[in-house]
Design a protein around this ligand. Structure first.
Ligand SMILES: O=C(O)CCC(=O)C(=O)O
Length: 284
């Protein structure tokens, strides 16, 4: 696959020295006012259009809240949603967002200039029934696919995220730890996440975030989020990145499974390469 022409990148949004200190010391940093209300509204509206069938995504990438799926609650529409997986692979506006230099400039300081996108999800967390995610380290999952020191997650608040509606919690400094054993648990949203055995609630701190704020976090950082006990939505857009210098753990599985997208810079023969560069057309 050909690498797209490499456009000169601006470096306007690179990490500041206090952010570098937070990254090294705590394993994450937060920036407020990264995206405007209108920019967030655009993504929110498109995600709702997907739920309403006005924009096409494969059904396999659209997940309802586990309580709805399991017949324990009857809410419908966006009130019954959990997430859309990989919207950037099918929707131009989401692709533009994952490549936005306001998200990716700081990544250059961590991952270097050549960057791939390995996962992204728009999460609803509906009023009253939105479910949290148990303590986990993202590398527990990404480490099954890629050989790399770290991937980087970006977590954008679409709505205000606080303790009542299920904000993120992190264990500062846990990015210096190895990857914990992760155990199966009952009642996790979609059974998709396991619980990191080494995480203790008393070590965690809430990272409340106003709309438009972004949290950048290390893939060893222990993090979780809680259920939404409020009457408000807690929507977020999460996007994970990998250096294009990383290698496939199992070269036989190169390019299979979750799609890898080109974000910026070059890709390299023998390393992880993108399987999609532009949006795909959903056929179901
Ligand atoms: O948005 C959330 O509630 C949690 C997301 C998360 O933990 C993740 O994407 O790894």
């Amino acid at each position: 696959m050909e690498t797209p022409s490499i456009k000169p990148q601006t470096s306007t949004y690179r990490m500041m020295s206090d952010e570098k200190t937070s990254w090294e010391h705590d394993g994450y940093f937060v920036r407020e006012n990264v995206f405007s209300h209108d920019e967030n509204e655009q993504l929110r509206q498109i995600a709702e259009d997907v739920v309403a069938g006005k924009r096409k995504m494969p059904m396999a990438h659209i997940d309802r809240n586990a309580l709805i799926r399991d017949g324990k609650d009857k809410r419908s529409g966006i009130y019954g949603m959990h997430k859309i997986h990989h919207p950037s692979c099918y929707l131009q506006e989401f692709l533009a967002r994952v490549r936005d230099t306001r998200l990716t400039d700081p990544l250059v300081d961590i991952l270097g200039p050549n960057i791939l996108g390995i996962n992204n999800l728009f999460i609803w967390k509906a009023p009253e029934i939105g479910l949290g995610f148990p303590w986990h380290q993202d590398k527990f999952y990404f480490g099954k696919r890629f050989k790399t020191a770290t991937t980087v997650g970006t977590w954008t608040a679409i709505d205000s995220a606080d303790r009542e509606n299920g904000c993120l919690y992190v264990i500062p400094g846990s990015h210096k730890q190895d990857i914990s054993v992760h155990d199966e648990i009952e009642g996790s949203q979609q059974n998709e996440f396991k619980l990191a055995r080494d995480a203790r609630d008393e070590d965690g701190i809430a990272v409340e975030a106003p709309p438009g704020a972004v949290i950048w976090f290390h893939s060893h950082l222990l993090h979780k989020s809680t259920d939404n006990h409020s009457q408000r939505f807690r929507r977020s857009y999460v996007s994970h990145y990998l250096s294009a210098q990383a290698e496939w753990l199992d070269p036989e599985k190169a390019g299979k499974g979750q799609p890898v997208m080109w974000i910026r810079g070059q890709t390299f023969p023998g390393k992880v390469r993108e399987v999609t560069q532009d949006v795909l057309t959903a056929t179901d």
